[in-house]
Design a protein around this ligand. Structure first.
Ligand code: PLP
Length: 224
């Protein structure tokens, strides 16, 4: 099967309301172009520099799809990232949100953002702790920022051999998401729960994910 075939199969296997984001770190523009051709609508990238090269390489096709920043976003890369990405999925603090908003405002842009949740409570992993007071504080802070629109949560979860182990952290993130949405914070539009990767998207969708991020399963094992 080609990558396009695998993409279509995944697209058909998950409910229509679930967005499929193709994680394309370390892939070539030609590989991604074939997926745009096959109807893929959303692509994720972890590295600003590589994303820029890929988007340049794609040419006009790059404008037909949405680009999601799914890796850590350093302060000195924010300006460039804002020119490339439609969504930043990895906001982890009020300071970072403020820095993104200031730069977006200068560019006259509004950026959609997700808050990253460290659903496994792992040391040294990015994202906020999966606790409601923490999440709601950050959500309120983001809601105050003029150039950001908070649309939901993203989580990676621990790396495990058995994806069943992700069910609990995914469920907890879903509960956090529901509570946050029900808070109806003015200035937010909570509707996206980004969780699930190649080996875990089925569990994630069962637990209420509305956006999965798959790479390896579609493109094959990543080159070194
Ligand atoms: C690479 C990556 C993915 C996709 O992982 P696969 O295991 O290749 O499907 C999803 N989310 C993030 C944040 C990633 O960096």
């Amino acid at each position: 099967m080609t990558a396009a075939d695998v993409y279509r199969r995944i697209r058909e296997s998950v409910p229509e309301h679930v967005t499929v984001v193709l994680a394309c770190k370390k892939r070539t523009a030609a590989e991604v172009a074939a997926l745009v051709e096959a109807g893929a609508t959303d692509f994720g990238h972890n590295y600003v520099q590589e994303a820029e090269a890929m988007i340049d390489g794609l040419g006009p096709a790059a404008f037909d799809v949405r680009w999601h920043m799914i890796g850590p976003l350093q302060k000195n890369k924010i300006n460039k990232a804002l020119r490339l990405f439609d969504v930043v999925q990895t906001v982890g603090s009020a300071d970072q949100a403020q820095a993104i908003s200031e730069r977006a405002e200068r560019m006259g842009k509004t950026v959609s953002v997700l808050v990253e949740v460290n659903s496994g409570r792992e040391p040294r992993k990015s994202g906020i702790m999966p606790d409601f007071p923490v999440a709601v504080d950050l959500a309120r802070a983001i809601a105050e920022l003029p150039a950001l629109r908070l649309e939901g949560l993203m989580t990676m979860g621990p790396f495990l051999d058995d994806p069943e182990g992700l069910r609990e952290p995914f469920r907890a993130t879903r509960e956090l998401f529901d509570r946050l949405r029900d808070e109806n914070i003015p200035g937010t539009d909570i509707r996206t729960l980004s969780m699930g990767m190649s080996d875990s998207y089925e569990v994630a969708v069962e637990e209420g994910s509305t956006m999965i991020r798959v790479g390896t399963m579609v493109f094959g094992v990543r080159p070194g």
